[in-house]
Design a protein around this ligand. Structure first.
Ligand code: AOF
Ligand code: ZN
Length: 371
């Protein structure tokens, strides 16, 4: 028997995670999955899940390996599936291939799989181990895990701040706080998520298009969601008039202005979602997220403004934040705060972030963290 050093297992699984990441922006609401088949120290097959509804990573790797899969080890970042979805179960293909051993980074939280995939492999004489680089694998699929095991999408919140914590001046001017490199990164976030969400204030102020703009036309647009309780969007706003493969969802209260509603309905690619407003006349966020989850939206990027940001924070609906801090000072008390509203009185009650990371984009700092 060839003994494989633990470091080697790690580096294969690392490669699996890198492969999986290539599907970012294309597989949702399905997971990011990579697979490698190793036989006597040689990679004989590899694959990753490339797009929603497409072949699973394991299948692509097995196809490449062919007969060489016999007696080999399969490395995969998610427990192989054992159910019929858009594609047939991977477990069956793995068993038929003659693979001897499967190393999976994590169990699949999908209730249709959840341990049953591993069990089936074991019952067919395949040696299975789960847990190698589990933490990294869970991070990679944080969106999928949230989506499949709760009733709301994974929520990212992104903002560009001055050194004194403002997202705009008192007049609402916010162009540009962060530098170009930081803004480019922000567009990769839009590519990554299923939907971006802003309040109507941001549209009225900036006339944002909310599309994904990366060099050479790369990157997918995401669905654009605008919280507009009183349906006050101007009919010529860019966000509801541009060409995009993805739709725009306007969320408003039930007693909208009917004439305007009818006019807007005629716009291509625009969907109006009316919901019962809460006592404060605001869109009930939890209920909205449930509706979006039902529509298959697995991740959302909240991009402000200050009041929308704070509502998400207060209701405990933010999973991860990205703050770009620019070395700019506005001064004074009157600018627009990133979380605008009445804050907490004691430090003890403050929101505390964990797993904080710092990245530098020239003179801008990106702080990313979980709540
Ligand atoms: C993927 N890609 O590489 C793996 C997945 O409808 P289906 O057939 O594509 O099945 C989706 C489920 O399959 C998904 O929720 C997860 O449980 C499992 N594994 N999915 O899209 C893959 N390995
Ligand atoms: Zn599968």
């Amino acid at each position: 028997m060839v003994r494989i050093h633990a470091d080697t297992h790690h580096s294969y699984m690392q490669k699996v995670l890198e492969l999986a990441r290539k599907g970012e922006g294309y597989t949702a609401p399905n997971p990011l999955v990579g697979a490698i088949i190793v036989r006597e120290g040689e990679i004989v097959g590899q694959g990753f899940h490339q797009y929603y509804g497409g072949p699973h990573a394991e299948i692509l790797a097995l196809e490449e390996a062919g007969e060489r899969a016999r007696g080999a080890t399969l490395y995969v970042n998610l427990e192989p599936c054992c159910h019929y979805g858009k594609t047939p179960p991977c477990t069956k293909k793995i068993i038929d291939s003659g693979v001897k051993r499967v190393l999976a980074a994590m169990f699949d939280p999908n209730p249709l799989v959840a341990g049953k995939g591993v069990k089936e492999l074991q019952e067919n004489g395949i040696e299975v181990e789960v847990g190698l680089l589990r933490k990294e694998a869970e991070r990679l699929n944080e969106v999928y895990i949230r989506y499949i095991s709760s009733d709301r999408p994974f929520v990212y919140l992104k903002s560009a701040l001055t050194l004194d914590g403002f997202i705009a001046t008192v007049t609402g001017d916010s162009r540009w706080i962060s530098n170009e490199k930081a803004r480019l990164f922000a567009h990769t976030l839009r590519h990554k998520v299923d939907a971006v969400l802003v309040g109507i204030g941001t549209i009225l102020k900036d006339d944002s298009a909310l599309t994904t703009r990366l060099p050479d036309g790369r990157g997918e647009d995401s669905i654009r969601i605008i919280l507009d309780p009183e349906l006050s969007i101007p009919p010529d706003a860019r966000v509801i008039n541009q060409k995009s493969r993805k739709r725009t969802i306007l969320v408003c209260g039930e007693d909208y202005d009917n004439k305007k509603y009818q006019g807007l309905l005629r716009k291509e690619n625009l969907e109006i979602l009316s919901v019962q407003l809460n006592e404060e006349g605001k869109i009930p966020l939890k209920a909205l997220l449930r509706i979006l989850h039902k529509q298959g939206i697995s991740s959302i990027l909240v991009e402000g403004g200050g009041r929308v940001n704070y509502s998400f924070l207060k209701e405990g609906l933010v999973d991860k934040v990205y703050f770009f801090i620019a070395p700019i000072i506005l001064g004074g008390d009157d600018g627009i705060r990133v979380f605008s509203g009445e804050g907490v009185a004691d430090i003890e009650k403050a929101w505390k972030l964990r797993d904080v990371q710092y990245n530098f984009f020239d003179d801008n700092i990106l702080i990313s963290a979980y709540l």
